[in-house]
Each structure stands twice: as structure tokens, then as C-alpha cells.
Design a protein around this ligand. Structure first.
Ligand SMILES: *Cc1c(COP(=O)(O)O)cnc(C)c1O
Length: 395
């Protein structure tokens, strides 16, 4: 066997060959091990495996070869020492907190979060005696001021859903580390290709693989990545014993998704920047939120901490909800769906769907106005996307 040099490969090579466990049949494409259990040669061997004296698989809640390939490939992509795949992105976020925190701990979180993340932070954690403080993620002083002696973790996403605000990963990580707090980043909007939170100082990164990693709208999945100590001391046992494990089938789909991730992102991102530029010059559009526009208030930070501006954008119409609904209903190619990161371009109205749980003042605090529309841009021909938006805006 050749020596494993996979950590020295370029990103595209890692995403195609990384983590492969080839079976005795020599298959080219990764094998799908759709099995819950494993057979032992002897009772002694079963005992040794449970004791950890013998390498091997025990049960697919713990480990499965297809899931392991997905984890290894994600570790290479992220440059993370270790990681665990989960059934969904929300299972990943929840695991990243619950494996680490105790009653009496305090968490500082940005308030601009994916709706379910906001539920976990704001409603679930306090039920287990974990204190929380929500801050404006853009405001470094607010992060600093929120720190208490029992602060154990910082949490944020960047860019945020749905208004594409940014959090300065490096600066916020410095503040957290001065307080001995762990920095957990939800990196879904940026993707592991376009932003590397661990290199910028974060400790733990969470993904919904459902989004760009599958990228074709088929399967749910997630991943938590971090240091060897975080995985060994906290995440490993939590995952084994509570069981938010991904299905081997879904892990296989994700594994194949990773192979084309950079190519898909390149095209979708190019489309997104052209859509943003088109919307930016429309008189019916008040504001376009896209980190790639030089009118974005944090454009300079985007250039500094991202390798690209991504495939997500949102915009605010000069008129409110009725016009937003009309526009969405007029769209033909761009489909109404709250999913994102698909080959198909998707449109959603955050105030009445993804963020409808928030009261109106909370929505407005996050710039989620009645006229705000979010777009996830896919791989269609750009002239069809622009024509679709143009016709819907004029209607
Ligand atoms: C979709 C999403 C999640 C949750 O992922 P699921 O796979 O749907 O559970 C978490 N954070 C962000 C930013 C997301 O977009």
C-alpha cells in the first residue's frame, strides 16, 4: 500500500479520493455498507472489540465504513483533526452543545441564527440550566461585555440566515479564548470550501450536509468537526450513547456530493453574484444582502475571511409582504422552498416560514421585514434566472 499523503493533496483531489476504504472487490466508487451490525469470527473477538483491544466495527450507531469514509473526507476538507457525522444539521448543532455543556454553564450566542438553532440556544439550553446571552454578532464589544465567569461557549453562524450579516471569526474567537470559552461555528451558508473557521481560530464547526454538501436536495445529514480532545473527551461518547447517527445510505450520498462540491459552488456562486448585481439595479428593490456586493456593510470582512461570497442572497422589496408573495408566485424556474444549497434555485419568505416563530419585534431586529425575500441560487443558465426574476418583478 502507498503511504497516506492525503493531507498534502489539493482540495479537489481530497474531495474525490480522500478517506476511501476500498473493499476486497476493488470497486471504483465507494461502497455502500447498508448494515446495522457486524459478524465476529469468535466470541473472543467480540469481547476484544468491545474492550477496544481489537480494531473493527461493532454497530453502525458507533461506526460504519461508509460513514467513516464521509467523516474522513470531511476532516480532510476542513483540516480538522476529527469529526462525527450526524443525521441532520440540527443533530450536529445540538450535539456540539450538549456533549460539552453542563448545568450552570453560560453560552454567548449571536441572535441572528437559523430558526431551529435559535430554538436550541434560546429555549432548549435554558431548560437544562444553561444560561444564555444573545448578542448582535457584528458587535465585538457586545461579545466581550457578555462574558461571565461561567461562560463556556460562543456560538454563531456567518454569513447569517437570511440577511447575510457576517461575524468576524478571528476577532470573536480571540475574545472567546481570552475567556477560555469554546467557539462553535455553524458554517452552512459559507460551505467548507468557501470559509475555514478552524484556520481563523474557531474550535468546532457544524454543518448541515443537507445543503451544499449533498447539494442536490436528496438527503438529510450533518457533521461536527473539531480538535482531537473535543471529539475524544466529549463528542465521541455523546454520539455513541445518544445515537443521532447518519444513515449509511445518506452518508454515501454526501460522500458522492463532496466530489463535485467545488465545481457546483463555482457555478452557483457565479450565478448568485450576477443575480445580486441584477437585483441591485432594480428600482423595485430597496436593498440586496450579498457579501460580494461592495455596498454590503461588511464586504471588506467578507473578502478577508471568505474564499468566495457564496450562493445565498436576500433582498428587500420597496413594498411589503403582498408584493413579496406576488413576486414568489410569479416565479417559474425559481421554486418556492425553504431548503437551500440545491442545484435548483429556490426562493423563500423568511418572515412567514423559516423565522415565523420569532415575534415581529425580534424579526425586525434581525432585518427580517415583510418585504424580505431569500434566494438560494442553483446551477441553471444565468439568463433564465435573470429573465425569471425580471418577469416576476415587472408583473
Ligand atoms: C439547514 C440549516 C441547519 C439545519 O440543518 P438540517 O440538516 O436541516 O437539520 C442549521 N444551520 C443552518 C445555517 C442551516 O441552513
Amino acid at each position: 500500500m502507498a503511504k497516506d499523503n492525503s493531507d498534502k493533496w489539493g482540495e479537489a483531489t481530497k474531495l474525490i479520493h480522500g478517506g476511501v476504504i476500498r473493499s476486497e472487490f476493488g470497486e471504483t466508487s465507494e461502497a455502500l455498507f447498508l448494515t446495522s451490525g457486524y459478524v465476529y469470527d469468535s466470541a473472543q473477538s467480540a469481547e476484544a472489540r468491545f474492550k477496544g483491544d481489537e480494531e473493527g466495527y461493532i454497530y453502525s450507531r458507533f461506526l460504519n465504513p461508509t460513514i467513516k469514509m464521509f467523516e474522513e473526507r470531511m476532516k480532510l476538507l476542513e483540516g480538522a483533526p476529527d469529526g462525527r457525522a450526524t443525521a441532520t444539521g440540527m443533530a450536529a448543532v445540538t450535539a456540539s452543545f450538549l456533549c460539552y455543556l453542563n448545568a450552570g454553564d453560560h453560552v454567548v450566542s449571536a441572535k441572528a441564527l437559523f430558526g431551529s438553532c435559535r430554538y436550541v440556544v434560546e429555549k432548549l439550553l435554558p431548560r437544562f440550566g444553561i444560561e444564555i446571552t444573545l448578542v448582535d454578532g457584528r458587535d465585538l464589544e457586545a461579545w466581550q461585555k457578555a462574558v461571565k465567569p461561567n461562560t463556556k461557549a460562543f456560538f454563531f453562524e456567518t454569513p447569517t440566515n437570511p440577511t447575510l450579516e457576517l461575524v468576524d471569526i478571528k476577532a470573536v474567537s480571540d475574545i472567546a479564548h481570552n475567556a477560555d470559552a469554546l467557539v462553535i461555528v455553524d458554517n452552512v451558508f459559507a460551505t467548507p470550501v468557501l470559509q475555514k473557521p478552524l484556520e481563523l481560530g474557531a474550535d468546532v464547526v457544524c454543518y448541515s450536509a443537507t445543503k451544499h454538501i449533498d447539494g442536490q436536495g436528496r438527503c438529510l445529514g450533518g457533521m461536527v468537526l473539531g480538535s482531537q480532545a473535543y471529539v475524544d473527551d466529549y463528542l465521541h461518547d455523546y454520539m455513541r450513547q445518544t445515537g443521532p447517527s447518519i444513515s449509511p445510505f445518506n452518508a454515501w450520498v454526501m460522500l458522492k456530493g463532496l466530489e463535485t462540491l467545488p465545481l457546483r459552488l463555482e457555478k452557483a456562486q457565479d450565478n448568485a453574484s450576477q443575480v445580486a448585481a441584477f437585483l441591485d439595479q432594480s428600482p423595485l428593490v430597496k436593498t440586496v444582502h450579498y457579501p460580494g456586493l461592495d455596498t454590503h456593510p461588511q464586504h471588506a470582512l467578507a473578502v478577508e475571511q471568505m474564499n468566495g461570497f457564496g450562493t445565498m442572497l436576500s433582498f428587500e422589496l420597496t413594498q411589503g409582504k403582498e408584493k413579496a408573495f406576488d413576486l414568489m408566485n410569479q416565479l417559474d424556474i425559481i421554486k418556492i422552498s425553504n431548503n437551500l444549497g440545491d442545484t435548483k434555485s429556490l426562493v423563500t419568505h423568511p418572515a412567514t416560514t423559516t423565522h415565523q416563530r420569532l415575534e415581529e419585534p425580534e424579526q425586525l431586529e434581525l432585518s427580517i421585514t415583510p418585504g424580505l425575500v431569500r434566494l438560494s441560487i442553483g446551477l441553471e443558465d444565468i439568463h433564465d434566472l435573470i429573465a425569471d426574476l425580471e418577469a416576476a418583478l415587472e408583473a
